[in-house]
Write a protein that binds this ligand. Sequence first.
Ligand code: PMP
Length: 403
Amino acid sequence: ASRFSVVEAGPPIEVFALTKSFTDDPFPNKVNLGVGAYRTDDCVPWVLPVVRKTEQQIANDLSLNHEYLPVLGLDSFTTAATKLLLGQDSKAISEGRATGVQTLSGTGALRVGAEFLARLLKYKTFYYSTPTWENHRLVFMNAGFTEPREYRYWNAAERCIDFDAYVADLKNAPENSVIILQACAHNPTGSDPTPEQWEKIADVMQERKLFPFFDSAYQGFASGDVEKDAFAVRYFEKRGFEFVCAQSFAKNFGLYNERVGNLTMVFNDKEVIAKVKSQVTLVIRGMYSNPPNHGARVVSTILNNPSLYEEWKGCIKTMADRIMSMRKGLRERLEAKGTPGTWEHITKQIGMFSYTGLNLRQVEHMVKEHHIYLLKSGRINMCGLTTKNIDYVANAIHDSITK
Ligand code: PMP
């Protein structure tokens, strides 16, 4: 008998299990609306042309090598990433109160930030929205937080943010609770607070002395404009909060498997930075020692070169525009068919995901009868839609609702 016989199987991770079922399905017209990655209109992954070009240039640069990066990563990358988030005119940057640390994509930034807060500030309680990205809870628990709590976010009947409930839950949060706030293009609902709602959220957080932990995984994907999508984070900076933000470059650079991330930290006193960084160094040293170089070098090269930067912004626009045109196309088709229900939420929601409002029975019908794969919550990735399969998907939605 193995000493490992005591180990029980863990629960499957829904989105990976879904992709496996999709891959194993021999049906020719199958559609995967489950994955969280961009697809072109031919339903294939996209290497951004500006990324490909930069990678080729790096490969040909014989002065580069594979030496270890410092524990906190590539300086030119973390500086550029922090500036992308906080903006050219950030006071925190000009006053030397902001800094960045390279991490293993957005997940790594969440983990390093959470572990730092749990260990050094002894924070125990964290709040995430219901619903949220399904990994927030696990990452924070593994990082040492012990009190997971939820704040209400979604009004399923009206298909919009349940703002009163959201604020009421924040008002009841104990001092020093860490509040995970998705910076833009909320996963999975595709619905963000308005600027006025962010103002109110900031009021309550200030009053209740709560700590904002932003999660920015989709900067550029919501509106097609990286400046606009940074609104909430920049607003909190202007309001004088101390906060951290996990930044992912998986989606907006298409660098999913390269694990390019940054943990931006904003303080109200620049004197704390050196000490904080020395402690974050120990967190990372004991976790994975130092980060990989390739993706960070690509992102750094692009963000620090004005003409490559413009090209990159064009790529983001291409992705955001395609998503928006699929939203429009899907809504138009459902409305034209007279599919029961209202469909303006499909175009109102932003970013990669749409919370369709399909219930579990309808989702199962989509999978079983139509070979269209989506999460049980009814979340679909708009990038899974193409001009070739959108009629098929709209017909299936109609069928699943009217059957
Ligand atoms: N936060 C949110 C809300 C996400 O949707 C994702 C990606 N699915 C991440 C963080 C982290 O992604 P990654 O680690 O690939 O950067």
